[in-house]
Design a protein around this ligand. Structure first.
Ligand code: FES
Length: 287
């Protein structure tokens, strides 16, 4: 069991948990993720590592409550334990001195951008960070991002904070004003697709981090497959980072929505009846 030692509300439905997991923390690197289960009957969900502290033996995860599992996870408090916490998984971010790097985080995507931006800064890059969200209540970690950036810009769709508009509006200005050597973008699929479409026009290499459905996290089940450059890749072992100009975002969006109906049914049941309402006894006895 993996104990949650800290919990924080970062914004409307965005929560942070710090988990005691010394073996995972000892190996974690920027860009990697974990797969967790909230309890014995819970589904396995991938969550990107937002921070790690080797001395403390902890991993920090940030998530937004959108479906049943994330809502259930949101009810966990410091002192509660997760059933499983497997990682670190995935290929770490490739860190080198590229020159000037734009780090773009959309919504909860700011959390995984942070450790990568920090590592890129430590490698000598000039970091221009752009954080964006639908509205002010969904902006978080501006202070952390500012601490690892040479410049930080914010945008909200409704104009309630920073520039009114999208991260792509700010990114376009940066590219045209100063030019960049690399763009890192993490956030909702439409955002990563829009960023990739924009940077393709300017010939700027772009890395996106993809959060697909996952089951085993070891390249065996095929659940996380994604087409990149016309080839089938597995997000869990080949990713989560890919060349944004090569990702088939249309297919990815379709695959991500495959279980939408079931997810809605599960969430409705959870909200109506609470956790474990649909427990099926697997030992053959009467419930
Ligand atoms: S999660 Fe099963 S192959 Fe990636």
């Amino acid at each position: 069991m993996y104990e949650i030692i800290e919990k924080e509300e970062l914004g409307a439905s965005i929560k942070l948990i710090k988990i005691q997991a010394p073996l995972v923390a000892a190996k974690a690197l920027a860009g990697q993720f974990v797969i967790l289960r909230v309890h014995e009957e819970g589904e396995r969900i991938p969550v990107t590592i937002a921070d790690f502290d080797r001395a403390e033996g902890t991993i920090t995860c940030v998530f937004q409550e959108v479906g049943r599992t994330t809502k259930e996870l949101g009810t966990f408090e410091a002192g509660d334990c997760l059933k499983d916490f497997v990682g670190p998984l995935g290929v770490p971010s490739h860190i080198q001195n590229y020159g000037r790097v734009a780090c773009v985080g959309g919504g909860v995507g700011v959390a995984p951008v942070y450790p990568i931006a920090r590592a890129l800064k430590e490698a000598g890059n000039e970091i221009i960070s752009i954080i964006g969200a639908r509205t002010k209540d969904l902006i978080f970690w501006e202070d952390r991002m500012r601490a690892v950036s040479d410049e930080l810009l914010a945008a909200t769709d409704d104009g309630s904070y920073g520039r009114k508009g999208f991260v792509t509006d700010l990114l376009k200005e940066i590219i045209e004003d100063k030019g960049i050597d690399l763009c890192l973008a993490i956030g909702p699929l439409p955002m990563m697709r829009a960023v990739s479409d924009l940077t393709r026009r300017y010939g700027v290499k772009t890395v996106v981090s993809i959060n697909t459905l996952m089951v085993d996290g070891t390249g065996m089940c095929g659940c996380c497959r994604v087409t990149v450059g016309g080839e089938t890749r597995f997000t869990c072992v080949d990713g989560p980072e890919f060349d944004g100009h090569e990702v088939d975002f249309i297919e990815l969006a379709r695959r991500s929505a495959v279980y939408k109906t079931q997810e809605k049914v599960s969430l409705d049941l959870y909200e109506e009846k609470g956790p474990r309402h649909d427990h099926q006894c697997r030992c053959g006895g009467e419930e």
